[in-house]
Design a protein around this ligand. Structure first.
Ligand code: CTP
Ligand code: ZN
Length: 161
């Protein structure tokens, strides 16, 4: 574990999840897609626009006492593909993983196609990520959305709740 003066802007955590190497300015969107509002009562540190050797500038999110699983954090890849997830236990990084876009993404948004069966039969939506084309597709009606459109809808939906 390296410690630099710059890192001391926010202290190390004892236990929890550190989401590092987030593109500058995206930290709050990362928290939103994870469904973390700040009302959970856990301590969260959000560091924005700090120097990074790899990215120029980056954001970091530190969530204390929660160990986020691969399934929970992979959604972050849509907004922050460069993000690294660090699981910290007793001050040490015990697991480090890259985020990867899930093949199927369920339940996060309503399908934007008003005639889609999911809008009428109370079925949870599932979108499939289309390899190499930066798009997702509703598995029920086939409507396609770009990652940007998809993320915008997710953030809109989450800000309603
Ligand atoms: N971290 C923390 N609390 C700890 C340990 C690590 O908040 N007890 C944070 C560090 O500040 C850093 C991230 O978790 O933002 C990853 O830590 P570490 O692997 O030690 O840093 P690097 O080697 O710089 O990571 P990388 O190689 O992924 O850039
Ligand atoms: Zn649909």
């Amino acid at each position: 574990m390296k410690t630099s003066i710059r890192e001391l802007i926010v202290s190390k955590i004892k236990d929890g999840t550190v989401i590092d190497h987030i593109p500058a300015g995206k930290a709050f969107e990362v928290l939103k897609v994870l469904g973390i509002t700040g009302k959970e009562g856990i301590r969260i540190a959000v560091v924005v626009n700090v120097e990074s050797s790899k990215l120029g500038k980056k954001d970091i999110v530190k969530i204390e006492n929660r160990f986020l699983s691969k399934e929970e954090t992979d959604i972050v890849a849509l907004i922050a593909p460069t993000a690294t997830i660090n699981i910290v236990k007793n001050f040490e990084v015990v697991e480090k993983r890259k985020v990867s876009i899930p093949k199927y993404i369920s339940k996060l948004i309503k399908c934007p196609n008003k005639t889609c069966i999911t809008r009428h039969e109370g079925i949870e939506t599932t979108f499939e990520t289309l390899d190499s084309s930066l798009r997702v597709k509703c598995i029920y009606c086939g409507i396609e959305l770009s990652y940007t459109e998809f993320i915008d809808l997710i953030l809109k939906e989450l800000s309603k709740s």
